[in-house]
Write a protein that binds this ligand. Sequence first.
Ligand SMILES: [Zn+2]
Length: 536
Amino acid sequence: MGDVLFRGGSVWTGNPEEPRAGAVAVRDGRVLAVGDHAPDAVGPGAATVDLAGGCLVPAFRDGHVHPLHAGLQLSGVPLVGATTIAELTTRVADFARAHPDLPVVVGKGYDPTLAPGGCFDAADLDAVVADRPVVLTASDGHVMWVNSRALAAARIGAATPDPPRGAIVRRPDGSPMGTLLEAARELMAPVVPPPTAADRREALRRALDEMAAAGLVWGLEAWCGPDEVEAWLGLAEAGPLPLRGELALLVRPDRWREQREFLLDARREAARRGGGQVRATTVKFFADGIIEAGTGALLDPYTDDPHSHGLPNWEAGELAEAVAAVDAEGFQAHLHAIGDAAVRAALDAVAATAARNGPRDRRPVTAHTQLVHPDDLPRFAQLGVVANFEPLWAQRNGVMTQLTEPRLGPERSAWQYPMGALLRSGSLISFGSDWPVSSVVPLEGIAVAVTRQTADGEPPEGWTPDQRLTLEQALAAYTTGTAHQAFEEPGTGTLVPGARADACLLATDPATVEPPAVAGIPVLGTWLAGREVFRA
Ligand SMILES: [Zn+2]
């Protein structure tokens, strides 16, 4: 690869010593020189990229995302953005009419706040599609809304018991209403035909292109079974990917011991077939569910349901044992931890692992890190735990006011997403999108991390304003923070000499606009190790 000179705009290097420059020179995929002397560093045949008055920044890295599922979602009913139940059912009706031969109508991404308590009624779907099953998954991925044909096809009736770690929402007479929580969604598996291997590769390809267009060059595929692993490796074998992937291999509480072979196989196959583009060195644990569905694990009971502490997925001792076991094999732990009891269980598991296996640079990650008991804040830095946040969630929107705050009450509601507090305590944080749960565009999350406001600018002083980040801190969480999470070589996520030339070009310097406007800055180009992977 020849020399490339980026010039004609501004550069944010991500290096606190020298954050600003006017040009960057790249050779063989690495930054060669930064600043006024960069043009002299490149050879005479260097290609030039005109920054066109925009701002070159280190490319973004997504610490928790589901590209394959996002790609598959793009082929179902488009539910994202609908603001009423009527709008959702109209979209379902239109999609069903346009696809008369599909045996099942599938869609993902509806807003779970549109029905009271998140409980949707099969009858609303029956009114628009009665001839075949309709199976819709909420944007949070933890809840399903289905029609009566789907319930019948899955043989779910009044006599069907709730499965372990799941619930069937019922009418007063015990009959299913049409909403399935957590593990109850698995009852729909026989009804929804799985995508083929080719469908998956195509979906993943589409998703990776979309991520590159958002300025991303790396992502942690946060939930991988054998099918996800095969889709990534199949695509990686077919040629260069626009984005590098780390696969988080999902283990389950009831069979993690038998899954050891799967973990070792996946890691070995990724090293063999991934062409340096895909690694599988992370193991994913779900410590709990989500607060909005009453399944997040809480230390004190739910405010709206004093008998419930939520649904921890693991018995605490078993979680610690499983984390220690995969750690001993050299894997990195990625723990979905939403409620304060789940966060504590995750920290306890990490502490037990360090005690059992001895000191090592292990960089365990808590994903989402929604509700942290104040007593646990210092433990992140002490244990070297990376707190991963989805910054777009740190706002007081409809989900927060209707589904979260009533369940937590005011005191605990203010403990959520403590990004500022964790940085002040010396902990490392990383950002992600959890796409397709929420937008994959990093700049949208960065704007919320800085403002803690909704898109309408509410509240004016920011929700939980102590937790707001500076623009530089927010950019760092999406670049160097996730590079640290990913065990990248030092310097990755910055534009300094010697670092890999992962960069993206923003149409406007984010430091020159009001923070809310950062969300809408167009991405004009993305480079992975100096190779252009997206150009607007
Ligand atoms: Zn996720």
